[in-house]
Ligand binder design. Structure first.
Ligand SMILES: Cc1cc2nc3c(=O)[nH]c(=O)nc-3n(C[C@H](O)[C@H](O)[C@H](O)COP(=O)(O)O)c2cc1C
Length: 482
């Protein structure tokens, strides 16, 4: 069965749904269900109000709506503590971060903030009653528990935490917290004596064992005159940031601060202005490595021969044709921390390149004289001044793969070789999959790590992970030496 994400609907549709659901005192989801049911039963309301109604005259500045599509949704449970007023700001802070907020107020919370204020800020109906026939006709508490990416409890009172730790479900908030399989973030707020009470200590420890995440409490002055200590609820901005971090954990960037130079694709060696010698390399493997290195936080320079691929985002791409141009661009890109030579560089070029298009003549075929191209891998591996600390070559072989690759490491002077069998039967050249062996040199020893068949993107991610590990090991070694 397909599912419908309200936040991805057109703005006009969302506005209509919001107005209609507010008028009928239903949640937006409930309203959609009612509309669908009415449609099926053939008694739907006319849908003319789809047009956004003209704005009512306002006093003072017109409220600005960002119009940004929410990327995540949170069920915010507001407990019955004096810090509940801060949750009004929290709603705003979450929404600024493109997080949709649906609020649940406990009975006690309503003594501190009104459902009207909460619903006006969240632009959603507020929930508080477990036995509400309007939302429970289809188990609304289960939807509140699951139709969200995370549950935030702020303030998390001592009472609410005690109920959670012991699995109570006698009101809407505790029933949602027991019925959820989403991450839960608690922002405790209470008097320091309540926080330090043995019962609260036990409950907090139990909740942490259950995988619940806590932010705060901070220490400072209490609402009660003259009292201070640990128990102040974290500020709204701290809670919103913690929620955002749980919803969108930072991507690890193990190559941040590193400059990675990569070559990819074939080279074209001209015969005359219109003809060239080439090979079947598609550039897919080198481009995938560039994208993976960029995703790992590196600054990436990709020197590419002629390929039919889009430049990877966030990568500096230098387009070249021939091996000599490729070497020139590689040298210009130095210094680099890591160099990965994945290009299938032509070993030879035509010595007597025609200035004009060669013509058929009665004298027969023109003789093509070949001369050796510069060896980019060997040239860079043997540099004395600007040699990148880690130089990786590729060995595309059609026979004796490992032996040839071992010999290549020694001959070229590089550190690692990625060896792949490019016999036509493998479909590697131009294909989407690759079977590679990673040969690494540690002093005189060469070890071989054979990987299973993978997509070229997976090979790229795996190679970057190995590089990141080597970089981290080297950094650790340097740090212990100093
Ligand atoms: C003025 C006032 C302030 C309160 N502040 C807090 C508080 O900050 N933290 C807390 O745990 N309980 C506080 N309480 C007690 C709770 O309101 C009470 O334990 C309530 O049952 C908690 O309800 P809940 O489980 O819905 O949060 C306060 C009570 C009053 C009368």
């Amino acid at each position: 069965m397909a599912s419908l994400t309200i936040r991805k609907l057109d703005d006009a549709v969302k506005t209509y749904l919001r107005l209609r659901s507010a008028k009928n005192r239903r949640s937006v989801e409930e309203e959609v269900r009612v509309i669908l049911r009415e449609l099926i039963e053939g008694r739907e309301e006319p849908l003319t109000p789809f047009a956004v109604p003209p704005a009512a005259p306002t006093v003072g500045p017109t409220p600005q709506r960002t119009g940004a599509v929410p990327e995540a949704s949170v069920t915010l449970i507001i407990g019955g503590g004096i810090a509940a007023y801060k949750s009004l700001d929290l709603i705003r802070r979450l929404k600024e971060r493109r997080i949709e907020v649906r609020c649940v107020l406990t009975k006690a919370a309503q003594q501190f903030v009104t459902p009207l204020a909460v619903s006006a800020l969240s632009h959603e109906r507020v929930y508080s009653d477990l036995f509400d026939p309007q939302s429970e006709f289809d188990a609304g508490h289960i939807r509140l528990a699951r139709e969200c990416d995370m549950i935030v409890v702020a303030p998390a009172t001592a009472d609410l935490m005690a109920k959670m730790a012991n699995g109570h479900a006698d009101d809407l908030a505790s029933a949602i917290l027991l019925a959820t399989n989403r991450k839960i973030l608690l922002a405790p707020a209470m008097n320091p004596l309540m926080w330090n009470n043995a019962a609260t200590r036990r409950n907090v420890a139990q909740l942490q064992r259950d995988g619940v995440v806590l932010i705060g409490p901070n220490s400072g002055e209490m609402a009660e005159a003259g009292e201070a200590g640990i128990g102040r609820m974290s500020e709204a901005i701290e809670i919103a940031t913690a929620a955002e971090r749980l919803l969108r954990p930072p991507v690890p960037r193990p190559l941040a601060g590193k400059r990675v130079l990569i070559t990819a694709g074939p080279t074209h060696e001209p015969i005359d202005p219109v003809r060239y010698i080439a090979n079947r390399s598609s550039g897919k493997q080198g481009f995938a490595i560039a994208a993976a290195a960029q995703a790992a936080g590196a600054e990436v320079i990709l020197v590419s021969g002629p390929v039919g691929l889009d430049d990877p985002q966030g990568v500096t791409v230098k387009h070249v044709e021939s091996a000599r141009q490729m070497l020139e661009q590689v040298q210009a890109a130095l210094p680099a921390d890591i160099a990965i030579f994945a290009a299938a560089v032509a070993d030879w070029r035509v010595a007597n390149e025609g200035e004009q298009k060669l013509k058929k003549t009665s004298a027969g075929m023109p003789p093509l004289q070949l001369v050796e191209n510069p060896d980019i891998l060997a040239t860079i591996s043997k540099l004395t001044d600007k040699r990148p600390p880690l130089v990786i070559g590729f060995a595309a072989e059609t026979e004796h793969l490992i032996d040839n690759a071992k010999a290549k490491i020694a001959r070229k002077g590089c550190d690692w070789i990625v060896a792949n069998d490019v016999s036509p039967a493998t479909g590697v050249m131009g294909g989407d999959r690759n079977t590679v062996h990673l040969l690494t040199r540690d002093g005189g020893e060469i070890s071989v790590d054979s990987w299973p068949v993978m997509t070229k993107e997976q090979v790229a991610v795996e190679l970057i992970a190995h590089i990141a590990k080597a970089v981290a090991n080297n950094t650790a070694k340097r740090e212990t030496a100093t």
